[in-house]
Design a binder for this molecule. Structure first.
Ligand SMILES: NC(=O)c1ccc[n+]([C@@H]2O[C@H](COP(=O)([O-])OP(=O)(O)OC[C@H]3O[C@@H](n4cnc5c(N)ncnc54)[C@H](OP(=O)(O)O)[C@@H]3O)[C@@H](O)[C@H]2O)c1
Length: 186
């Protein structure tokens, strides 16, 4: 599973009120090729707040084609205790509970391709706790915020994080770390 997200340089993925204004404010002549990444993705995973942001900030509920533009036909697993609406025709699967219990279904849906964990950080952390996180890709924006949603609220050190690639895209830096799975609890 690959956790891929944009982040501030101080490790926040959204500002207060789920704001991405700090990200959209960056006028950059280049950025990582998102479509190329998506082409290798078979299934997508996200938490309730992230899904709510998409429903609120885009027109996917009124324009089902838009959902397809963003996600293709990929199954999207939304972890939530709620019952959010689903865009017409979208393959959105609502799940709750231990992420390890859902993994077999997520992996089957990915059909040999990568699973993209969109966020948030706590959900990515749950997958790491379950020794299911293989890679972290972060695009660091030239921004720092006093408060917001954390990138990865877990303790991981150099024994587990292996810097694999560093690429500059004008005002962004994209970092790829390979992750040694967390030791499983006895
Ligand atoms: N910078 C970027 O590129 C980027 C990428 C992704 C997200 N974001 C933003 O970052 C913020 C992340 O929000 P967040 O930290 O609240 O994380 P989130 O993962 O989007 O949502 C957290 C919520 O998901 C539900 N959840 C998590 N684990 C669960 C589990 N195992 N079973 C059932 N439900 C579970 C819970 O909601 P309920 O119990 O209420 O259902 C929990 O409060 C959002 O504003 C998002 O838009 C930014």
């Amino acid at each position: 599973m690959v956790y891929r997200t944009a982040t501030t340089l101080n490790g926040l993925i959204a500002g207060p009120g789920d704001s991405l204004a700090w990200l959209f404010a960056v006028a950059s002549t280049a950025e990582p090729d998102h479509q190329e990444f998506l082409d290798g993705v078979g299934a997508i995973v996200m938490g309730a707040t992230t899904y709510a942001w998409i429903l609120r900030e885009t027109d996917v509920l009124s324009d089902a084609e838009l959902w397809r533009e963003y996600h293709g036909e990929r199954p999207v697993f939304v972890f939530t205790h709620g019952t959010p609406p689903v865009p017409d025709g979208a393959d959105v699967r609502i799940v709750a509970g231990a992420v390890g219990d859902a993994f077999a279904a997520v992996a089957a849906a990915a059909d040999g391709r990568a699973v993209w964990v969109v966020g948030g950080g706590e959900l990515a952390g749950q997958f790491d706790d379950a020794a299911l996180l293989d890679e972290i890709q972060i695009t660091v924006a030239p921004a720092s915020l006093a408060a917001g949603a954390p990138l990865l609220p877990r303790d991981l050190g150099p024994d587990r994080l292996h810097l694999h690639d560093v690429t500059r895209f004008d005002r962004f830096v994209h970092l790829t770390y390979r992750v040694t799975p967390a030791p499983r609890l006895p």
